[in-house]
Design a protein around this ligand. Structure first.
Ligand code: ADP
Ligand code: TRP
Length: 337
């Protein structure tokens, strides 16, 4: 099984990114051949300064490695180090219907928010499809918001196969038993992590860097404490029972606490007697117990950037090897070779 996913290098990682996406990526490196990349080309749709882009790309690599991505098991690389991806992007663009891209939720949401769209934002899903199809990926772990993009990827692969593989039958491709003629591009499936599909931020809304409500993974201790203590609560008196759904403290605790701790937390919520400040401090403690090893590892990596650079270079070489036979078939099929 080939597993592939990408993360845009567009800002600092927070608890939502970790529990919604990265934790799953790292677990999957033991289940198959995993390829993970830093989607710096995609990030160009929002980051418009070269120096900042370079920094954010390196940050993303440090984050991944600190959080447990093991370069011996998974291939980690920069999207931009693979020229074949922009080549396949073009081949796919030639079969991509405008109407399909116009229906993309993320594009429509951004336009609705008043962003004046450029071609890069519009064709974002086609580049994402190229990312996925170039390596013959089977499984694409993503957040809920990206599922439609993976569906579009399947559509684009089907369109390409129909156009360029004589006798290709998309219905039969679904079932390996009845498949007579293989497509050049393999149809991937999205995998969404359900339990933690949406991590709430300090204000109770979905945690997101665009809402300024995040608890970041690698902020310094003082900033982390300030953020945790700022979680919006209500004025339920200390002695009264607390409603676990009244604010995000309980949901955040449940990301970290084991079953026994959680049973104790639930009991104390029902019983009352403890103020929200108590639970926030407990959350802070759990956060540190969980992330301090990764935080220390990140510091160490920061002093060995050559190692990180080597991981990315080696990753790109491996990824290009995986891509080579697929892009070669594409080139021949479309008549470029
Ligand atoms: P942000 O909303 O902060 O800009 P991104 O859109 O860059 O985050 O998301 C990167 C990954 O993290 C995606 O797979 C996304 O689904 C996941 N993710 C982001 N925020 C959350 C959240 N609050 N809960 C669960 N997953 C999240
Ligand atoms: N669009 C994804 C996001 O914002 C990042 C991404 C780019 C990606 N290419 C990909 C994810 C390919 C999975 C597969 O989260």
């Amino acid at each position: 099984m080939r597993i592939l996913s990408g993360v845009q290098s567009s800002g600092k990682l927070h608890l939502g990114n970790y529990f919604g996406a990265i934790k799953q990526f790292i677990e999957l490196q033991d289940e198959g051949e995993a390829l993970y990349f830093i989607a710096n080309l995609h990030a160009m749709t929002t980051v418009r300064e070269g120096e900042k882009m370079r920094g954010l790309t390196l940050d993303a690599a440090l984050d991944f490695l600190a959080l447990g991505l093991d370069p011996a098991k998974a291939t980690l690389f920069r999207q931009s180090d693979i020229p074949e991806v922009t080549e396949l992007f073009w081949y796919l663009s030639a079969v991509a219907p405008m109407g399909m891209l116009e229906r993309a939720h993320s594009y429509k949401d951004k336009v609705a928010k008043g962003i004046s769209p450029d071609i890069g934002l519009f064709t974002y899903p086609v580049l994402m499809a190229a990312d996925i199809l170039l390596y013959g990926s089977d499984v694409v772990p993503v957040g809920k918001d990206q599922v439609q993009h993976v569906e579009m990827t399947r559509d684009l692969a089907t369109k390409f196969n129909l156009a360029y593989v004589p006798g290709y039958d998309p219905k039969r491709d679904e079932n390996p038993k009845t498949r007579k003629i293989e497509g050049i591009l393999r149809l991937p499936s999205a995998r969404v992590q359900d339990q933690t599909a949406s991590v709430p931020g300090v204000d109770g809304l979905k945690m997101s860097k665009s809402y300024d409500n995040t608890i970041d993974l690698f902020a310094d201790d003082a900033a982390t404490k300030k953020k945790v203590m700022s979680i919006k609560s209500d004025s339920t008196p200390m002695e009264s029972p607390k409603d676990p759904n009244a604010n995000s403290i309980h949901a955040l605790l449940s990301l970290f606490a084991n079953e026994a701790d959680m049973a104790e937390i639930n009991r104390s919520y029902r019983e009352g007697g403890k103020g929200y400040g108590h639970y926030k401090l407990q959350l802070l403690e759990l956060f540190h117990a969980h992330f301090d090893p990764a935080r220390a590892r990140r510091k160490q990596l920061e002093s060995d950037l050559q190692f990180v650079e080597n991981v990315l270079k080696d990753g790109a070489e491996r990824a290009r090897k995986t891509a080579a036979p697929i892009i070669d078939q594409c080139r021949r099929a479309v008549g470029m070779r």
